[in-house]
Write a protein that binds this ligand. Structure first.
Ligand code: GLC
Length: 709
């Protein structure tokens, strides 16, 4: 099939057949939204469905494909979409955790492996990567994305698109990537799921669009519009951003699909009086595929006859969908992906373990970690201690949660010569505290306590906003009881978001963000706790000290009166410090690295030139170190108030004991541009500061001044 063949096909198709191609229906066992009508064999046979979601497995997908190819008038193959966010059969760490590895190569490799497994299960497209920049931990979907920073988001986007799509979209092990959710869901009012986002156009372009530009530049095959509205315009009907910016300015010619039932939900948004108006608005905005609401198929003919929708737009949508199917190789061989049934390879499990190790972030440590030889009796306590099925995290559909090792299992396997005792104490979210006493008693004579607390896997991800993002249920009572024994407590946080636990950070001997790490969870956590793996994870989000600080992030614009502790009339709270509990980029290791000697190769630069930035990293310890060094910039004066810090890159370094190495970063002048009043990226003359640091904590950044002519 080629483009001429596509044109011939379109010329032959009836309106109903075109609208059928524009219809994606649920067909499988996964429920990723409100229950809606499932695709029926009659609908597929009638050509009323062009793609299916939430279905996988060779037999199930081939049955529907056979129907479409052999029993419809034109034999146009279906494509199958599945949510493959962090693994398909083999579970990798949740994206927020994986982002903390700050390693695009790892991000690409896990996507490649996940694509291989999902394609073998009949998937042609994944509804991933999720690229929502998020700065509000009340929003549960922070778990699914790359964190708070647009540059991290952009690099994450490109790596995931490369990983999912590979070099050839038609290859049996490749999936079409769907960059989602376009855009600004992370700015939903008060972190509440599906709520409206009201923010400046400048913020939309500075913060939320860069990952999608990167996904388009990396060749992503599809984009999913978000549920939320932006400035009162629902994304599923957002002509300026979907048509003008995405299609016309960026030249994106792939498929745009709505999110689950989002076209019909234009009625709930109050911008459409009925399904016909909703369909017309979405089509006009350039949405090609109606996911689940079946509005296109049922009422677009009426919209056309009422002059609300144009046949040309329907043809354009159908064309883009048929071209996607052609690029996926489905016309040449509709069964190409399921032919080579590939099982969970040992390589996938090994990769999952490696990714898990590198996602673990050591937040505090007074030296209790790594656990020493004299720690003989270890009490492993808490509802996340022996909870392998929670380790999978919020977005796994086809994976068997039993593939994960629990923290308790990991520790027992790693320390066979120690006495390891266990008590759950409380459940994750119930009110029962009857087990606290026994758990406390178990800790009384322990040499160390590993306190395993946090969220259940489904307490983050979609439809999981939390107004009190601390420890759910009665876990705090358990923690207080364990802490009151006076025994050394190492607290592990399993979560899909930063949990607001300043009291625990204060009193535990060490605090570790273990997120949801997937198949290798227990083993990786044990390796870090005993020092077999030196923790290297760094925070991709700012970790608040209080809910009242949210939204909190490092790239904030300057306040009118920057905080000054000695002057009450400056920007600060009277009851909480301004600083987060842990800054973006924070993460400890068992070594100690210091930065020094930040140097720029020039004092002045002009557009088109490059700036070489160099800094030295010195390992002060007697053990090897792996460090991530961050480079920031600040434009001192610009047309719009420039953020006090913007991430411009990072570098990873391996250091032998006592070794010093020079790290360098080359910055193009254009990377120091800012949005002018017309929201175009422009380099403004004047002074810039360049910074290097081990996190966004401005108290410890090295800086150098630079002038743009
Ligand atoms: C869900 C999610 C989206 C997912 C889609 C299909 O509602 O918002 O991320 O890809 O529906 O499952």
């Amino acid at each position: 099939m080629d483009l001429n063949g596509i044109e011939r096909l379109i010329a032959e198709m009836t309106l109903a057949e075109k609208l059928g191609q524009m219809t994606m229906s649920p067909a499988g066992s996964a429920q990723t939204g409100p229950v809606r009508g499932e695709a029926t064999t009659e609908a597929v046979r009638a050509g009323a469905v062009g793609s299916l979601l939430n279905i996988w497995g060779r037999e199930a997908t081939e049955r529907f494909q056979k129907l479409a190819v052999e029993e419809t008038r034109l034999g146009i193959p279906l494509f199958f979409g599945v949510d493959v966010l962090h693994g398909h059969r083999t579970v990798f760490p949740i994206p927020l955790a994986e982002a903390g590895a700050f390693d695009p190569d790892l991000w690409e490799r896990t996507a490649r492996e996940a694509a291989r497994e999902a394609a073998a299960d009949g998937a042609d497209l994944t509804f991933a990567p999720m690229l929502d920049i998020a700065r509000d931990p009340r929003w549960g979907r922070m778990a699914e994305g790359p964190g708070e920073d647009p540059l991290v988001g952009a690099r994450f986007a490109a790596a995931k698109v490369r990983g999912f799509q590979g070099g050839d979209l038609a290859a049996p092990a490749s999936l079409a990537a769907t960059a989602k959710h376009f855009c600004c869901g992370g700015a939903a009012l008060a972190g509440r799921e599906y709520a409206a986002a009201d923010l400046s156009e400048r913020a939309v372009h500075e913060i939320y669009l860069p990952p999608f530009r990167a996904a388009v530049d990396a060749g992503c095959a599809a984009i999913m519009s978000a549920f939320n509205s932006v400035g009162g315009v629902p994304m599923t009907a957002h002509v300026p951003l979907l048509r003008a910016w995405l299609r016309e300015k960026l030249g994106f010619d792939g498929v745009i699909m709505s999110d689950y039932a989002a076209i019909e939900e234009l009625i709930d948004h109050g911008v459409a009086a009925d399904r016909t108006e909703a369909a017309a608005l979405a089509l006009k905005a350039g949405v090609d595929i109606d996911m689940v609401s079946n509005v296109y198929f049922s009422v677009l003919p009426d919209a056309v006859s009422r002059g609300l929708a144009r046949i040309e737009d329907i043809d354009a949508a159908a064309r883009r969908i048929l071209i996607l199917k052609m690029r996926l190789g489905l016309f040449d061989d509709p069964y190409r992906r399921t032919k080579e049934a590939r099982k969970n390879s040992e390589a996938a499990k090994k990769l999952a373990l490696d990714a898990a190790r590198r996602a673990i972030t050591l937040l505090t440590n007074d030296g209790i970690l790594p656990l020493k030889e004299n720690i003989r009796r270890i009490a492993v306590v808490g509802p996340l201690a022996d909870a392998r099925e929670e380790m999978v995290g919020p977005w796994t559909l086809a994976a068997d949660p039993r593939q994960c090792t629990s923290i308790l299992e990991g520790l027992r396997a790693a320390l066979p010569d120690r006495e390891i005792v266990h008590a759950q104490g409380v459940t994750i979210k119930d009110d029962d505290v009857s087990g606290v006493g026994a758990a406390r008693a178990l800790c009384e004579d322990a040499d160390a306590v590993i306190l395993c607390v946090g969220e259940a896997a489904r307490m983050s991800g979609e439809a999981a906003s939390r107004a009190h993002p601390g420890l759910p249920g009665r876990q705090r009572e358990l923690a207080e009881a364990v802490l009151s024994t006076g025994r050394p407590v190492v607290a592990l946080l399993s979560s899909g978001r930063p949990l607001i636990v300043p009291w625990l950070a204060e009193r535990a001997r060490a605090l570790v963000a273990t997120w949801f790490l997937g198949a290798g969870a227990g083993e990786a956590i044990a390796e870090v706790l005993i020092g077999r793996f030196n923790p290297t994870g760094r925070l991709p989000v700012t970790w608040p000290r209080a809910v009242g600080q949210i939204p909190i992030f490092f790239a904030e614009r300057p306040a009118a009166r920057p905080a000054n502790p000695t002057d009450p009339f400056t920007s600060k709270y009277i009851d909480v410090a301004n600083e987060p509990l842990f800054p973006f980029g924070h993460g400890l290791s068992y070594a100690e690295v210091k930065l020094g000697n930040l140097r720029l190769d020039r004092e002045e630069f002009s557009a088109g030139e490059k700036i070489a930035v160099a800094v030295e990293a010195r390992n002060l310890s007697d053990r090897p170190a792996q460090e991530t060094v961050f480079f920031f910039a600040r434009d001192r004066v610009a047309a719009a108030a420039p953020p006090v810090l913007e991430l411009k890159g990072w570098a990873k370094v391996e250091l032998e004991p006592r070794q010093t190495k020079k790290l360098s970063l080359t910055l193009s002048a254009e990377e120091l541009s800012g949005l002018d009043s017309a929201l175009e990226w422009r380099l403004e003359p004047g002074d810039f500061d360049i910074f290097a640091g081990l996190s966004a904590d401005r108290r410890f950044l090295l800086s150098a001044r630079l002038r743009c002519r």
